[in-house]
Design a protein around this ligand. Structure first.
Ligand SMILES: Cc1cc2nc3c(=O)[nH]c(=O)nc-3n(C[C@H](O)[C@H](O)[C@H](O)COP(=O)(O)OP(=O)(O)OC[C@H]3O[C@@H](n4cnc5c(N)ncnc54)[C@H](O)[C@@H]3O)c2cc1C
Length: 358
């Protein structure tokens, strides 16, 4: 096999499809039973990081193709940024469709990474297969961990987890910061952890990201119904809750993207992806803070941030790219994961095709 891709979230889907479209035999492995990763399985319903602050697409190629295929509406402006609402079940079925319709691309589900052989500065085997290159899209640098390569990590102090669930029958708009503040203030005064609400494609329905514990959600719903106008009939399905983890691990690459690169809109001669998403941090109490880029500015991600520093044939994408804690707080959103995934697929394919070992 030419290329193994570990993980099939936004980054892994893009990496696998783009590596295979470049003519390399490619296999995606995921410990889950199906592709989708956080974007498909955590209840999130907005694709962030696809657009600049004027609502124009930042990246062409597979990122644009996937976004167009999953889109059921125009992008929506949330404060200073544009996001694309989507349905997670469509994200999952689209991922399956792209994988099964791409020549040279195979997949193995319920297959955790195992038996990684590192020899002469390269990964030579993985899960029993000989490999030409590996793309780590695990969100947790699983391949790097298996061979002892250097990594960086984010944790709950800047990337706190959240309980994600769907809240239906909400009979008031929550479109402005003032609408949101009205709800949040009531909750804060009653001692609840922060709640973030994002409009979804269904009418009167919001995606809720709650910084408290899953066990507190019924109490939260009871409070909203009794105390907040427009929420009197709100409902959620307790079976449908997930705790999703923002924190992850990044592989140290040939260049480590910095928070300053993000905030100054740095450009690179070997740029392979663009992003304009703010640095988005969630502290341990679940309070979010945004550092926005200057108006009209985006930053670039260099190819060197997708190549491991000391492992010739290891590439990375998505939440695993070579980035400091502040930089990944921007680059971890799904639009950017699709773009780095697509770029890593092409870079790995170029590497394999030019390798004398092929
Ligand atoms: C609470 C929360 C809210 C968010 N909200 C948004 C939002 O509104 N919009 C947005 O764009 N982004 C949002 N994000 C961020 C975004 O969802 C993730 O950063 C992004 O989806 C990461 O994509 P990825 O492909 O890098 O990794 P993931 O989607 O995490 O995929 C990694 C895949 O690797 C597999 N894997 C892991 N380890 C192994 C192993 N050892 N062997 C085999 N397979 C393995 C996993 O099963 C998984 O399928 C949110 C994240 C969280 C946690």
């Amino acid at each position: 096999m030419d290329i193994a891709v570990i993980g099939s979230g936004a980054a892994g889907i893009a990496a696998g499809v783009c590596a295979a479209r470049s003519g390399c035999s490619t296999l995606i492995l995921d410990s889950r039973a199906a592709p989708g990763g956080i974007g498909g399985f955590s209840g999130i319903t907005t694709l962030c990081g696809l657009y600049d602050d004027a609502g124009k697409f930042l990246n062409d190629g597979f990122t644009h193709e996937f976004a167009q295929a999953v889109a059921e509406s125009l992008p929506v402006k949330m404060g200073k940024v544009f996001v694309l609402p989507y349905r997670p079940k469509n994200f999952r079925s689209l991922a399956e469709k792209f994988i099964s319709n791409t020549s040279h691309l195979g997949a193995q589900w319920k297959t955790p990474l195992a038996d990684v052989v590192f020899d002469g500065g390269r990964i030579t085997r993985l899960n029993g297969f000989e490999v030409g290159a590996v793309i780590d899209c695990s969100g947790a640098a699983e391949v790097a961990k298996a061979i002892g390569a250097e990594t960086l990590a984010t944790d709950e102090t800047t990337q706190a987890s959240a309980v994600v669930f769907t809240l239906c029958n909400v009979r008031r708009p929550i479109a402005t910061a003032a609408d949101m503040a009205h709800v949040l203030l009531r909750l804060a005064r009653a001692g609840f952890a922060p709640l973030n609400l994002q409009a979804s494609l269904e009418p009167d329905t919001f995606t809720a990201k709650f910084a408290g514990r899953a066990a507190q959600v019924p109490e939260l719903i009871t409070f909203l119904r009794a105390n907040v106008r427009g929420f009197e009939e709100c409902l959620t399905s307790l079976d449908d809750m997930t705790t999703a983890h923002r924190a992850g691990r990044m592989i140290v690459g040939q260049y480590v993207l910095t928070g300053q690169d993000v905030m100054t809109g740095r450009k690179f001669p070997d740029a392979v992806a663009r992003c304009a998403w703010p640095i988005e941090q969630w502290n341990a109490a679940g309070v979010v803070s945004f550092q926005f880029l200057p108006p009209g500015i985006h930053y670039q991600i260099p190819a060197r941030s997708l190549r491991a520093a000391h492992v010739a044939n290891l590439f990375m994408a998505g939440k695993t790219i070579s980035a400091e804690v502040d930089a990944i707080a921007s680059a971890r959103v799904m639009g950017c994961c699709l773009a780095t995934g697509a770029a890593a697929g092409i870079l790995a394919a170029d590497y394999v095709k030019s390798s004398p070992l092929r």
